[in-house]
Design a protein around this ligand. Structure first.
Ligand SMILES: [Zn+2]
Length: 269
């Protein structure tokens, strides 16, 4: 029988093929080498996030004081470990360790793609070389910290909701534990993380390249079939330091505009 690792490897290959066929904005595909890197890293991120959640499912029940059920769930107290509990810090360390190298390579891939797209040399002709750049590593750390903080906030919310549901249904601790583990071990959530963060990280690297090489403006590059949130921005040009305003009012300096966004930016020199 295949091991979990063999199954994960097979799934990664399948996902590279599936995601390559998605509607990526053309500039992502302009360099076949960086596009291949992007897809490979996206698949690796999905595996890393999925494995983290799979293992978290075993730990999550210990973050609930089951003896206090059916005491109601409150925002930062009640049967679920509160927001200041050291267990969440530990979870953030584990998730950071699982994803930081992949995120760093994604940021570096964006910078390498910049060199390929715009042809102004900065010395990032390979992923390895760009990964060693201190500014890129710093951007990757910042990016990872933000992503990890969002994921752990969602995790706490999911745990509270699951326990609240068990209380509402009058479940005993055994049933409630099974419910909680199923909620946490969710490959769809890993997929959502992996289909949003690579665009964020890649665009961070591309922006870094554009700033380093003196770009002056940026144009939103999206697909006409893109979602309603991004479509009003397509073709809009702004000074490089300005923010785009999404249809939902959120201000961003670059894609991703929303989960699963595949938009890009074209920099103007
Ligand atoms: Zn978009």
């Amino acid at each position: 029988m295949a091991t979990r690792q063999e199954l994960l490897n097979a799934r990664e290959q399948l996902h590279i093929a599936i995601h390559a066929a998605e509607e990526w904005q053309d500039s992502y595909k302009a360099s076949p080498i960086t596009f291949a890197d992007l897809l490979r890293l996206e698949a690796a991120l999905e595996t890393a996030a999925g494995e983290y959640l799979h293992e978290l499912a075993d730990r999550a029940p210990s973050y609930v004081d089951w003896s206090r059920l059916p005491e109601p769930i409150k925002a930062d107290a009640g049967p679920v470990a509160n927001n200041d509990d050291p267990v969440w810090k530990q979870e953030q360390i584990l998730l950071t360790a699982a994803v930081i190298d992949i995120i760093t390579d994604l940021v570096a891939t964006g910078a390498v793609a910049g060199e390929t797209l715009y042809g102004i040399p900065i010395g990032y002709s390979t992923l390895e070389f760009a990964s060693l750049d201190e500014a890129i590593m710093q951007a990757a750390r910042k990016h990872t910290a933000q992503m990890v903080s969002n994921v752990s906030e969602t995790t706490r919310k999911l745990i509270r909701e699951s326990v609240a549901k068990s209380i509402a249904l009058g479940e005993n601790a055994d049933f409630a534990t099974v419910r909680l583990m199923n909620v946490i071990d969710n490959p769809i959530r890993a997929q959502l993380i992996a289909q949003t963060e690579p665009v964020n990280a890649y665009q961070t690297g591309l922006k870094h390249y554009a700033l380093q090489t003196g770009a002056k403006e940026k144009t939103w590059d999206g697909l006409s079939a893109a979602c309603q949130i991004c479509s009003p921005l397509i073709g809009k040009t702004l000074p490089i330091g300005d923010l785009f305003v999404l249809a939902n009012g959120r201000e961003i300096d670059r894609p991703a505009g929303h989960p699963r966004c595949r938009c890009s930016l074209i920099y103007i020199y």
